[in-house]
Design a protein around this ligand. Structure first.
Ligand SMILES: Nc1ncnc2c1ncn2[C@@H]1O[C@H](COP(=O)(O)OP(=O)(O)OP(=O)(O)O)[C@@H](O)[C@H]1O
Length: 695
């Protein structure tokens, strides 16, 4: 009976065949007659007994899968001294359909960076050089062809596991699937990840404990494997899981990959020997250099042949990581003097791999995949989605549920607004119609139009959480920016109406502003529109400054300037011309809010004139508007409201444009920078040296 180590690798190069024992050769020859099903229960060297069935089928690019190859891949980051430091150094490798490639190595060796580079998601400060090809062609991974389960759990904390996965299924799965099929797929996937007992548990986040870290991890995986993407990147999918859960999660992922010909690239920290056996290929890294790339099952032999045999009963992956982890070199030296310093060990392994048949085999496989190419471009293979209308509907529903359950989104704001408006109502209680009520009305309306709407900023932290989820889902192609912007707008409307209506009514009627429902309606519509505007402004800020603290400061700063230039603290005719009057006064939405509210309040009213000393003279509201508040009287208050509403649309469109521009500009910049890096890079004789010439 063939050992699993011998059978798990579905392609075998000549050089490997030559270098293996005759017993192994027999099993490898068997492998070439794929598809085959091998049942094993033979003891394996150093690590236990295997007793499960693995179906091995060879896949090729023409089988509608995605093959990924990378050659001489470098990634550098600024080193803080004006130069650049490499974090990935000249890696060559491949990942093919129906196989699991595991990326292993000590913490900080560059696993996530390699995954990011392969997935086209490197950070802005990184530079990349070298070729990454998809089915032998230089093409971008279009949104939706691949999925990436990142290390951080960006999930909607207020949803239960069932809701989170089902909403995601509704968003991602095509309209041709019925609701019940989508529900079934969602529940099946949840069960596959062993989360059936937590189905109705809320995910939880800051402030509310819900799922454990490991469970959240599994929810993230569920969401990404719902549509069975052709290419799946997993960044430490088993972190936070116990060894049994790790095994079940990985084996279920591996099973799907073998059944459906998916290409899986996963970084992993410390797989148990059982999990390790699920990997087809292993890429072992140390400080960004490749220590070994090839069949996972042959790694033990590679280490042994270089003088580092795996001790009996030791988990092989523990042995590999112990051998190449130099972070604790001093401790090791103290513990057992005479041991080789790890840096030397790594050098030996790196050099040995570079001159090995295994490395030649990797290069041969890469060129073979590139030659083979693919029948169709990956773009054409993008999975089909739910329709745009369905996405808008589902996102609106999901967002409404989240806004309802998240106290910080609107409920807290509503409570604070009620207190503030009670404050306003009592401080200006029964404002009267005397001459002194003119200033009081003006000040009160200014406070409402600026400070009350300013506080719409309070929902920013919740919105930033939403943006993180949106960013993850957008990058994984679940839906587009337009659907998100529409859904966010629609779901916010009822809450903003509520938040503007109740406190607004309190302030309006306690103060005794101008009677008439039309006047109250206008007053409330201005508050509602201004709150919507501030939210839209904060959306723009969040798209440019994704950090929540910096976002709040930026948003507050912008609004502070607009309030100053809105024509209250300094009357319009007194505003200094450059900047404050032109353009700020006209850009600031506060100008239209103040003037609309003033017109709404003062038009039609008369006040006793101060000049006559209360001896019967009156002054009209129109006169006060024109001369005291310097309001532009050439157009009606409805025009002011119309401008405010137009601004809401403009700001939301601007948000869309910024996100879409960043989406298109970022890859173009990375492409440009990578071409620049490639032109400058000279392949170094000594790969350990820092390529300071890369910039
Ligand atoms: N954008 C970046 N800017 C600066 N340094 C970076 C950047 N990305 C990664 N690094 C550095 O590169 C090294 C490798 O990081 P990476 O996250 O790829 O490691 P890792 O192997 O995934 O680590 P872990 O297993 O701990 O997650 C680290 O020292 C990290 O600080």
């Amino acid at each position: 009976m063939a050992s699993l180590q011998d059978t798990i690798h579905p392609y075998v190069g000549e050089s490997q065949l030559n270098s293996n024992s005759s017993a192994t050769q027999t099993s490898l020859e068997m492998l070439l007659k794929a598809p085959l099903e091998v049942e094993t229960s033979a003891p394996m060297p150093n690590h236990g007994v295997v007793d499960h069935v693995i179906r091995v089928e060879p896949w090729s690019n023409s089988d509608n899968g995605i093959s990924l190859t990378w050659e001489d891949l470098w990634v550098t980051v600024p080193d803080g001294k004006g130069s650049r430091r490499p974090i990935i150094q000249g890696l060559t490798g491949f990942a093919r359909p129906g196989e699991v490639l595991a990326i292993m190595g000590p913490s900080g060796c560059g696993k996530s960076t390699l995954l990011d580079a392969l997935a086209g998601r490197l950070g802005a400060n990184t530079r990349q050089a070298g070729d990454i090809l998809i089915n032998g062609q230089k093409q971008c991974l279009s949104y939706g062809t691949s999925a990436y389960v990142t290390q951080d759990e960006t999930l909607i904390a207020t949803l239960t596991v069932r809701e989170a996965v089902y909403y995601s299924a509704q968003l991602q799965l095509p309209n041709s699937m019925s609701k019940s099929e989508k529900k079934e797929r969602a529940e099946m996937t949840i069960r596959e990840m062993g989360l059936q007992d937590a189905m109705n548990t809320r995910i939880g986040g800051w402030g509310a404990k819900g799922l454990s870290g490991g469970q959240k991890r599994r929810v993230s995986i569920c969401i990404e494997i719902l549509t069975r993407p052709k290419l799946l990147f997993l960044d430490e999918p088993t972190s936070g899981l116990d060894s049994a859960a790790s095994y079940y999660v990985m084996s279920r992922i591996a099973k799907l990959e073998q059944r459906e010909g998916r290409t899986i690239v996963t970084s992993i920290h410390q797989p148990s020997s059982e999990v390790f056996r699920l990997f087809t290929n292993l890429c072992l890294l140390s400080s960004g250099r490749v220590v070994y790339f090839g069949p996972a099952s042959a790694t033990i032999e590679f280490f042994a042949s270089n003088g580092f045999p795996c001790p009996t009963l030791q988990n092989p992956s523990d042995h590999f990581l112990r051998t190449i982890n130099k972070d604790f070199d001093e401790d090791i030296e103290q513990g057992s003097s005479g041991k080789k310093v790890t840096e030397e060990v790594i050098d030996i392994l790196v050099q040995s791999f570079k001159s090995s048949d295994a490395y030649e085999e990797v290069k041969r496989q890469v060129s073979q995949i590139c030659k083979q190419g693919g029948n169709e471009s990956v773009d054409q293979k993008s999975r089909s989605h739910a329709s745009f209308f369905t996405q808008c509907l589902v996102l609106t529903k999901r967002s409404s549920v989240n806004m309802y359950r998240d106290l910080g989104y609107y409920w807290l704001r509503l409570a604070i607004y009620v207190f503030l408006c009670l404050g306003l109502g009592t401080i200006y209680y029964d404002i009267g119609s005397g001459n002194n009520s003119i200033e009081a009305r003006g000040a009160m309306l200014m406070f409402i139009a600026s400070f009350l709407t300013f506080m719409a900023i309070g929902g920013f932290p919740s919105f930033v959480e939403d943006m993180k989820v949106f960013e993850r889902e957008r990058l994984n192609g679940h839906y587009g920016t337009t659907a998100f912007a529409i859904a966010n707008t629609l779901s916010a409307v009822p809450y903003l109406l509520l938040v503007s209506l109740i406190p607004g009514a309190l302030a309006y009627y306690l103060t005794g502003l101008q009677r008439g429902f039309e006047h109250f309606l206008y007053f409330d519509l201005v508050i509602f529109t201004c709150m919507m505007l501030v939210e839209s402004l904060m959306m723009i800020v969040a798209s440019i400054v994704p950090n929540f603290l910096m976002g709040i400061i930026t948003g507050a700063g912008i609004q502070g300037l607009m309030i100053l230039g809105g024509g209250f603290f300094r009357l319009p005719n007194d505003l200094p011309k450059p900047f404050w009057k032109y353009p700020l006064y006209y850009i600031a939405f506060h100008k239209y809010a103040y003037q609309g509210m003033y017109k709404n309040e003062f038009e039609g009213l008369v006040f006793p004139s101060e000049q006559t000393g209360g001896r019967g003279g009156v002054v009209t509201g129109e006169y006060i508007l024109k001369n005291q508040f310097q309001v532009e009287m050439g157009y009606s208050k409805w025009v002011d409201l119309g401008i405010l509403m137009g601004m809401v649309v403009l700001y939301r469109v601007l948000f869309l444009v910024i996100i879409k521009t960043l989406e298109n500009v970022k890859p173009a910049i990375s492409k440009f920078m990578s071409v620049k890096s490639k032109q400058k890079i000279q392949v170094m004789e000594n790969p350990t040296a820092t390529p300071t010439h890369m910039n």
